[in-house]
Design a binder for this molecule. Structure first.
Ligand code: MG
Length: 270
């Protein structure tokens, strides 16, 4: 019995689990193909809204993993699917502070985009992954929300690493608009439920599901909140001593994905 045999479906994070930069983690392509051969369902989940699902599919093909774009859920696709399922988007308008990909996703579900210079009010303010923001973006978003627009964000990551150090990410913009509008945003990405619910809704086998991720605060905490089994891999941002000192306890900790098919992996972590 291998760890992989305990589950029918996997929600797998990309960065730090399948690859780091352009390189696959140890044996990731082989293990993924083994899972597919065993009939496992796999949905890839990522908080990064800057690339489209098809761009991620292309990136995976380059490391010999053939996943259909429909099985790759970014925080931008999760956000647009969520809005489409929850509201009638017909003739509704959105103001988006975000990447070109996020704008495309929002347009796909029938929302009309307005610009920061527009005098028109909008129904949705959507924020995610933009490094070209200026005061007028924040102003337009604030005015729209104060006039009743629903406020959504792809994720709430406060900062991200660059060669110069940690710099403001989506969460920093969200905080500015929340402060100015006195309204909390609905966050879609991990560790929030919406992301996991959307990914789960795409599965046929919904009973034995495990989340595989490299971060305790997003992948593992979110998976646990969504009531799913959790497997932490040590191929990304988390080291074993952090696992020991953290209050967030994954069901299993594995050194890399190859341990899904090793006998020794079946010692429960807690
Ligand atoms: Mg990751």
């Amino acid at each position: 019995m291998y760890l992989a045999d305990l589950y029918d479906s996997f929600l797998i994070d990309l960065d730090g689990v399948i690859y780091v930069g352009e390189n696959p983690t140890y044996k990731a392509p082989q293990i993924l193909n083994k899972l597919y051969k065993a009939g496992k369902e796999i949905i890839f989940i990522t908080n990064d809204p800057r690339r489209s699902s098809s761009q991620y599919a292309t990136k995976l093909t380059k490391i010999d993993i053939n996943a259909p774009a429909t099985n790759i859920v970014t925080s931008a696709t999760a956000l647009s699917i969520h809005i489409q399922r929850k509201y009638n988007t017909n003739s509704k308008k959105a103001f988006v502070i975000g990447s070109d990909n996020l704008k495309k996703e929002v347009k796909k579900i029938g929302l009309e985009l307005i610009s920061k210079k527009s005098k028109v009010n909008c129904d949705f303010v959507i924020v995610g992954g933009d490094n070209r923001v200026d005061y007028n973006d924040l102003k337009k978003a604030t005015l729209c929300i104060r006039n009743g627009a629903k406020f959504y964000a792809t994720n709430n990551d406060p900062y991200y690493p660059t060669p110069q150090g940690l710099v403001p990410a989506t969460g920093a913009l969200v905080a500015a608009i929340e402060t100015a509008s006195s309204t909390k945003a609905t966050i879609v990405g991990k560790p929030k439920r919406i992301m996991f619910n959307i990914a789960k809704s795409l599965l046929v086998n919904k009973s034995r599901i495990a989340v595989i991720g490299d971060r305790l605060d997003t992948d593992i905490a979110g998976g646990k909140k969504a009531g799913l089994s959790t497997i932490l891999t040590l191929t990304g941002s988390t080291k074993m001593d952090e696992v020991k000192s953290s209050k967030i306890k994954p069901d299993y900790v594995i050194k890399n994905l190859s341990y899904l098919y090793k006998d020794s992996s079946l010692s429960k972590h807690n």
